[in-house]
Design a protein around this ligand. Structure first.
Ligand code: ADP
Ligand code: GLC
Length: 492
């Protein structure tokens, strides 16, 4: 064990590192809609390297059952009380890459969709909340720290403190990590009273109430022992009205207990030197393979252009958060810069439709692949020259880090984790690992894209230096895992 941890533990009168149970709606590689899954899938491995036994509890979604049912071992089952209902709950165990994952099974709640939307999603995760709390004493693994993630698990600290205090659970400490404050799990208070037996006295603005509803996430912000989010900049931002989505008051009040710990990526999965999914491997000393990846990708996606035409990509959920309003406004103007554009994404209908129509207008130069495709994403990160990420807000963002690892320079708005990971190109000193702009403004974005395109075309040496700098960054989870370990120990 690291000396630093030994000393910190000794100061607390402890001699062993804390056991951690990560609670999450999704976990890569078994279930994933976005970066949350990557974080929950990667963090336990990096914590294990520090000697911390960190396990995961997550729903046994249909997609997990289809792929892993042969490797899963049934542990036990019980009934979960949800209002007047009593529902079956099975606990299964899967060990993947050395990490133990407990799976909460109920085919009605965890069917085809990880997130069912609306009230159905509320019920799905109210069930999960109760199931996790009731399963813990029988797991044969007692967590010192319950590490909850996002609104789907944010009522766990509330119930733990208000309903389970006298049980063995009373000893556990809770950390709530906010990956995205825009999703809050807001429902009428009746829902909370019915599903989770929350007492009416908690329906005040001091506790669960938010704009006439009650919110899972607010409950977690009030009751969790510690709070964190996924970058230092976002931690500061969510304490302001613009980014705080109504929770800035409670977050300001708890500022001293709110940390910002930047995410990392799985540098084994995302490694241009050994990635089996890309056309040709390469590293920062030999970037020739990247050109081969670009050619293969262009061919695959039906894009035609000369070798010095920059290929700008987006790999993203298509929501307002990701800056599609800016893209809509100036995409045609950007195409006038003589570029190729590739989108891999899915999400809100109006953005998907816009991109499909743009593909019609710019056939051969612009490709919109609407859908979710993990394998293709590797080829895009490897084959593109630039990755565009003009987010309105971005708690951390993983795509820009993955892109940099593949020598694909990010063009981002300076917000949240994008600000903390992308250093804009300085034409005087040559420093930087990407390009950035400050305001949420379409023409500011376009001007930055134009600048990147000019460097790409006009200054190949400067471009190569930037690529090498980007590829030299350490985006592994190792550093952040140390920060989490320190925080867990502090919480004991
Ligand atoms: P968010 O979690 O807000 O969606 P992040 O940048 O943190 O954003 O993480 C997104 C993750 O999901 C990245 O690993 C990215 O490669 C992946 N991803 C997003 N959209 C797609 C898609 N359509 N196909 C494949 N992977 C995708
Ligand atoms: C959320 C955020 C994203 C972050 C991810 C993992 O989905 O939108 O910025 O990287 O969670 O923490």
């Amino acid at each position: 064990m690291k000396r630093e941890f030994q000393q910190a533990l000794a100061a607390k009168g402890r001699d062993r590192l804390p056991n951690v149970l990560l609670v999450s709606a999704e976990c890569a590689p078994i279930s994933k809609t976005g970066g949350l899954a990557d974080v929950v899938g990667t963090l336990p491995k990096s914590l294990a390297a520090l000697g911390i036994d960190a396990r995961v509890i997550t729903p046994y979604h249909r997609c997990v059952k289809d792929r892993y049912h042969d490797q899963v071992e049934h542990m036990f089952s019980f009934s979960v009380d949800l209002g007047w209902r009593s529902q079956y709950c099975g606990i299964e165990r899967l060990v993947l890459d050395g990490v133990t994952i407990y799976l909460v099974d109920n085919e009605y709640y965890f069917g085809d969709r990880i997130y069912r939307g609306g009230m159905a999603e509320g019920e799905q995760y109210a069930f999960f909340t109760r199931a996790v709390l009731d399963a813990i004493p029988n797991l044969g693994f007692f967590p010192d720290i319950l590490h909850c993630n996002d609104w789907h698990t944010a009522m766990i600290p509330v119930l733990l403190r208000t309903q389970y205090g006298l049980y063995v659970h009373g000893k556990m400490k809770t950390l709530l990590t906010i990956h995205n404050i825009a999703y809050q799990g807001k429902f009428g208070f009746d829902f909370f009273a019915d599903m989770l037996r929350v007492d009416e006295r908690y329906y005040t603005s001091e506790f669960l109430e938010l704009n006439g509803c009650a919110a899972f996430l607010k409950g977690g912000c009030v009751f969790a022992d510690r709070l964190s989010t996924v970058s230092p900049s976002y931690a500061a931002e969510i304490c302001t009205p613009y980014y705080g989505e109504g929770l800035e008051g409670i977050l300001n009040a708890r500022r001293a207990q709110l940390s910002g710990i930047i995410n990392g990526i799985d540098t084994k999965v995302f490694n241009p030197f050994s990635d089996p999914l890309i056309a040709k491997t390469y590293d920062r000393g030999h970037l020739k393979g990247k050109q081969a990846c670009k050619e293969a990708l262009m061919l695959e996606m039906g894009l035609h252009a000369g070798p010095r035409t920059p290929l700008i990509a987006m790999v993203t959920r298509m929501t307002g958060q990701k800056g599609f309003d800016l893209v809509e406004r100036v995409l045609d103007e950007m195409m006038g810069l003589d570029i190729c554009f590739l989108l891999l994404g899915s999400g809100e209908w109006q953005y998907e439709q816009f991109m499909r129509e743009a593909e019609e207008r710019h056939r051969g130069r612009l490709c919109a692949y609407i859908g979710y495709n993990e394998e293709l994403s590797h080829r895009v990160y490897a084959g593109a020259d630039m990755l565009l990420m003009p987010s309105r807000f971005e708690p951390c963002g993983l795509s820009q880090m993955i892109a940099m690892r593949y020598g694909t320079l990010p063009i981002v708005r300076e917000t949240g984790g994008l600000r903390d990971t992308v250093k804009p190109y300085n034409m005087y000193t040559g420093e930087g690992n990407g390009f950035s702009f400050a305001n949420y403004n379409a023409h500011e974005m376009k001007a930055t894209v134009e600048m990147a395109v000019n460097v790409y075309r006009g200054q190949p040496d400067a471009w190569l230096a930037l690529q090498k700098q980007a590829m030299s960054e350490d985006f592994s989870f190792a550093r952040s895992a140390g920060d989490y370990a320190r925080l867990y120990i502090e919480m004991l």
